[in-house]
Design a protein around this ligand. Structure first.
Ligand code: FAD
Length: 289
């Protein structure tokens, strides 16, 4: 099932994001995680892709296959392009096709001084137009309500985002954010820029203080004062911070649902307790798949 069709049906689409474990020793835990996540019946689960290296890509595909064939949930495979050439992308798409994977989140990938970049794909839009030469995959792209950290300015950010959509991205999944007003402004600016595809908010429930500091540094998300106070107040107690972080994420999601969003993309951080709590909190609002 191509995920763009889910959004076209007008249902509120619930999706989860997971990452493949880095170490072999963690591989067995992922089965238990997947089992719980899939029981929650999301519309799809996307699997991240590490920068460079075939073991990363193999793990992403292995997980996607498990999601599709063991648990009958639709997978979306993330694919970065900065460190690959056309032949490598051809091999990768042939592999996906042979495994019956229909959805790709096409990304440029972060720059990493330890991983050499290649010349074939400089931006996600290059990868998207290349993959769209055939009609085999449904392609999603990434978007950034607070601008990408390398963005020149807001005007060029929207110009390049429109280019990504014109190249063939049928859905945009957003970077995490903690202030819904920023997302609403972004969504409106997308429409003004002529971007008509679904723009789906990405929500990450924050359940430990180190995680939030890392996230704010990595992706530059604003950290509203109301949320800072909550973290500051409860960071000394793990359970209290879990409750507070989950409540904050749920209130964000309920406000988004009241404002006509077409779906929620939940960054689960491979934590099934987080996903379960969110699903419980919206069970009478978002109908499971
Ligand atoms: P692009 O769309 O290429 O944009 C990157 C920057 O270049 C932006 O500032 C943009 O304005 C600018 N730009 C775009 N096109 C042009 C152009 N034609 N000319 C000049 N400038 C241009 N990373 C991973 O490594 N693995 C993952 O699995 C992964 N999953 C992600 C999932 C989501 C939902 C999101 C939001 C991000 C994810 N990332 C992942 C991170 C992503 O790879 C980085 O944010 C990366 O730095 C940018 O990728 P992009 O696809 O948005 O790039």
């Amino acid at each position: 099932m191509k995920i763009a069709n889910l959004y076209r049906k007008g249902k509120t689409v619930l999706s989860f994001e997971i990452f493949p474990p880095k170490r072999d020793s963690e591989l067995k835990n992922i089965d238990a995680t997947l089992e719980i996540l899939c029981e929650l019946k999301p519309d799809f689960i996307s699997v991240t892709f590490g920068a460079g290296g075939s073991s990363n890509c193999n793990r992403t595909i292995e997980l996607a296959k498990k999601i599709k064939y063991t648990y009958q949930v639709e997978p979306v495979v993330h694919l970065t392009c900065l460190s690959y050439d056309k032949a490598e992308i051809d091999n990768f798409s042939a592999l996906l096709k042979s495994e019956g994977i229909e959805n790709i989140l096409a990304l440029r990938g972060d720059r990493n001084p330890d991983i050499p970049e290649k010349e074939d794909f400089r931006h996600a839009s290059d990868l998207i137009s290349y993959l769209k030469q055939t009609e085999e995959f449904c392609i999603a792209g990434a978007c950034y309500p607070e601008c990408h950290p390398e963005s020149l300015d807001r005007v060029s950010e929207f110009k390049f985002l429109k280019k990504k959509v014109d190249a063939g991205a049928e859905v945009l999944l957003s970077q995490l954010f903690f202030d819904n007003e920023i997302f609403y402004r972004f969504r409106e600016d997308c429409r003004i820029a002529g971007i008509e595809v679904p723009v789906i908010p990405g929500i990450m429930p924050v359940i430990n203080a180190a995680q939030i500091k890392r996230m704010v540094t990595l992706c530059g998300a604003s950290f509203p004062e109301r949320f800072q106070k909550i973290i500051h107040k409860f960071e000394g107690c793990r359970d209290a911070l879990f409750d507070a972080g989950m409540s904050y994420a749920l209130s964000q999601i309920i406000d988004l649902l009241a404002n006509d969003i077409q779906g929620i993309h939940l960054y689960t951080m491979n934590n099934p307790a987080v996903a379960r709590k969110i699903c419980e909190g919206i069970k009478n609002i978002v109908v499971p798949n």
